[in-house]
Design a protein around this ligand. Structure first.
Ligand SMILES: [Zn+2]
Length: 68
């Protein structure tokens, strides 16, 4: 994974690189940023679906408990 930081000159998101003692900031391509956003959204969606499944299981468990 690349180290993404804010460029000290323009404040935009940039890849941070350190070679020897030289720091460099390479501007992130828009589509690269977009891909990261899409990845994040997919991960969020999976997380949400898992949470919903767990919630349903919890409701079923509670119903079973109150029936016995
Ligand atoms: Zn910059």
């Amino acid at each position: 994974m690349s180290d993404v930081r804010s460029c000290p000159k323009c404040g935009a998101k940039a890849k941070y690189k350190l070679k020897g003692n030289i720091e460099s900031f390479e501007a992130l391509q828009d589509d690269e940023l977009l891909k990261k956003v899409v990845q994040l959204k997919k991960a969020m969606q999976k997380f949400k679906e898992k949470a919903e499944v767990l919630e349903k299981e919890l409701v079923i468990l509670k119903q079973k408990q109150s029936n016995t």
